[in-house]
Design a protein around this ligand. Structure first.
Ligand code: B12
Length: 221
């Protein structure tokens, strides 16, 4: 199998929810020298979008989404060490920032957020992960407690992404907004949306997130 075929195998096997086949494809990809980052952000992420589409079309149900998430997490466990090594090599920062991260209220999607966490940590930053379904009050409490440089918010639903604006509004009311760099992400969000709600930055994936946070770290000193 060549690189293209292996990448296609991983994508297809994940869409078909065949976990063993996905892991087999991952091993083959690693042997061919494909990076863990490329595997996760490439065919694995593409397959998740495809699975989302199948769900939307009524071909897949929640059970399939859960299974896909389990397979994704298995692969993340397999690639954890490599992902960290790669992120470290690609983007080690000289200035370590403290980052509070969470998926906003009403939303329990955490795969993308966890990927962002792993890569930020590997790049040398300290991440306080508040988990999923995080309310504005919880974000504020954590910001008061940890005094972070950066707040990262994730949302995967068009209904929950609006809550990010609510969090920013509350931060303003509490006089905390100006102290912190706010970066957001998640499939339904965009650069335009980030600007509209008054966030400082948006990243389309975990690599971009690290790049932006590192750039901010450099500018901040
Ligand atoms: C797996 C999955 C689930 C799993 C999640 C398991 C888990 N532990 O996360 C489960 C089964 C729980 C689930 C539930 C639901 N889901 Co769902 N789910 C998905 C699916 C298929 C994949 C998401 C995923 O993991 N992608 C892979 C990761 C790597 O990508 P990512 O999350 O986008 O993250 C990357 C970037 O976005 C970015 N990023 C993400 N977060 C952050 C944060 C920061 C700070 C930064 C900088 C960057 C960043 O970097 C990440 C890494 O590169 C998506 C489809 C899709 N297109 O996204 C639907 C999808 C998001 N789900 C959807 C729906 C409708 C639901 C449910 C409402 C279904 C229901 N009726 O119950 C529930 C909602 C539950 C809730 N309250 O949150 C819809 C949302 C539609 C919409 N317009 O809002 C989608 C789009 C599917 C679809 N096409 O219909 N889901």
């Amino acid at each position: 199998m060549d690189r293209d075929e292996v990448v296609e195998k991983i994508r297809e096997c994940l869409v078909e929810l065949d976990g063993d086949c996905v892991l087999e494809g991952v091993e083959e990809a690693l042997k061919l020298g494909i990076s863990a980052t490329d595997i996760v952000l490439g065919p694995m992420s593409e397959a998740m979008n495809e699975i989302g589409r199948l769900y939307e079309e009524g071909e897949y149900f929640i059970a399939e989404l859960i299974e896909a998430a389990e397979i994704f997490k298995d692969v993340m466990r397999r690639l954890d060490k490599l992902l960290k090594e790669e992120a470290k090599k690609a983007a080690s920062t000289k200035r370590r920032l403290k980052i509070v991260l969470g998926t906003v209220k009403g939303d329990v999607h955490d795969i993308g957020k966890t990927l962002v966490k792993v890569m930020l940590q590997a790049a040398g930053h300290e991440v306080i992960d508040l988990g999923v379904d995080v309310s504005a009050e919880k974000f504020i409490e954590a910001i008061r407690k940890h005094n972070p440089d950066v707040l990262g918010m994730s949302a995967l639903l068009t209904t929950t992404m609006r809550y990010m604006e609510e969090v920013i509004k509350k931060l303003r009311e509490e006089g905390l907004r100006e102290k912190i760099f706010i970066i957001i992400g998640g499939a339904p969000t965009s650069k335009e949306f980030a600007e509209k709600i008054g966030a400082d930055a948006w990243a389309k994936n975990a690599i971009e997130a690290v790049r932006i946070v590192n750039k901010y770290a450099e500018e901040k000193r």
